[in-house]
Design a protein around this ligand. Structure first.
Ligand SMILES: Cc1ncc(C[n+]2csc(CCOP(=O)(O)OP(=O)(O)O)c2C)c(N)n1
Ligand SMILES: [Mg+2]
Length: 357
């Protein structure tokens, strides 16, 4: 299984749109970066494995969409972002992105448990993690709804001249929504500081990309708007970081949006209630051969960046932190009923609902 290199395709795009400019150097990918990537991605993976386990115990209820397999897309992006001003918005597969951006993972797990110590006081749940403080703007359950919202966030950055860039994520299924076209058009017209990122994990619920459209190269949707665009190996954080760096720099210097199609894969079902009859176990195993965590671990071992004992110590830290998150969520209280009435829009003398207890 081989993925195309983004820069190959971008070369075609730059020639077409004559946007060749000097590009700021990307932060070096050092030994420390590989070790951080390993620890972060392991944590995100184990955090979600824990969620799957507590879901079966009915401690987490409702929908639960897990990110296992797609971690390199986040790890690479974080390397290229400036977390002091850049923002992120995505769909409902949204538990680990805020953690990567600095949100306390204990609060994320508590949110999933519906506890008052959660990021939204337990009122949002799985699909609605949110942290304005850390630049993470959700968490959206309506497929494709976050695409124009991300463009709007970028408009605010342009208008207020903050220098920030908005990373707007969506799935291959969402890419077929009309909202994408309106957002792409305006973003190109106004050269908004936004990077549109399609995480093509092969499926929209049980519908494969092949069954969704006449062509399977989602990145080509950018061509109609002359938006720089291309595919990226989304299983490799190095490739993701390089493509994201180029796109973020372009947006930051005022040259507008980029559209990247991250070719990735999810190991688990669409959500916890998915019997996965639309794919074979062999297909999942094939993708596990290019697992992002294994790829990074191989590089660490080949270059002697860490001893076996040091790697074991990382794994132990990861396990302890996941346990700590579970304990925190378990032991936190549920919100008081009164909270329901404190966080909704309230109109005095509204005729039907007695809105205060
Ligand atoms: C407007 C709208 N239509 C349909 C749905 C039901 N739905 C939820 S997820 C989903 C599939 C989306 O797939 P994709 O965009 O590829 O994201 P992924 O789940 O693979 O991350 C659908 C159709 C919805 N939530 N919103
Ligand atoms: Mg998908």
């Amino acid at each position: 299984m081989s993925y195309f290199c983004y820069s190959q395709f971008f070369a075609i795009q730059t020639n077409q749109t004559k946007q060749i400019q000097e590009i700021q150097q990307m932060k070096k990918i050092t030994k420390e970066v590989y070790l951080q990537w390993y620890e972060d991605m392991q944590f995100w993976r184990k955090f979600e494995d824990k969620l799957a386990a507590v879901y079966i115990q009915q401690k987490v209820r409702g929908f639960l969409h897990l990110y296992n397999g797609q971690e390199a897309v986040l790890a690479g992006a974080l390397h290229a972002m400036d977390l002091s001003k850049d923002k992120m918005i995505t769909a409902y597969r949204n538990h680990v992105q805020p953690i990567g951006m600095g949100v306390d993972p204990r609060k994320v797990m508590a949110e999933l448990y519906g506890k008052v110590t959660g990021t939204s006081k337990g009122m949002g749940g799985s699909m609605h993690i949110f942290s304005k403080e850390h630049g993470f703007y959700g968490g959206h359950g309506i497929v494709g709804a976050q695409i124009p919202v991300g463009a709007g966030m970028a408009f605010a950055d342009q208008y207020f001249n903050t220098g920030g860039v908005t990373l707007t994520y969506f799935g291959d299924g969402a890419a077929r929504q009309g909202s994408l076209h309106e957002a792409f058009n305006m973003a190109m017209l106004w050269k908004l500081p936004v990077v549109f990122i399609c995480e093509n994990n092969g499926y929209a619920m049980g519908t494969s990309v092949e069954r969704t459209a006449n062509h399977t190269d989602v990145w080509k949707l950018g061509l109609g708007y002359e938006m720089p665009c291309g595919p990226v190996d989304g299983m490799n954080p190095v490739k993701v970081a390089e493509a994201m760096h180029e796109a973020i720099e372009r947006a930051r210097r005022g040259d507008g949006p980029t559209f990247l199609e991250m070719k990735t894969y999810r190991y688990r079902g669409h959500s916890m209630s998915d019997a996965q009859l639309y794919r074979t176990k062999d297909e999942v195993e094939e993708y596990k051969k290019i697992d992002p965590i294994t790829q990074v671990l191989d590089i660490i071992k080949e270059n002697n960046y860490a001893t076996d004992a040091e790697i074991e110590a990382i794994d132990e830290r990861v396990k302890n932190l996941v346990d700590e998150c579970e304990k925190f969520a378990d032991e936190s209280p549920f919100p008081e009923v009164q909270q329901l009435y404190d966080v909704v829009y309230e109109q005095e003398n509204y005729p039907f609902i007695p809105h205060k207890l």
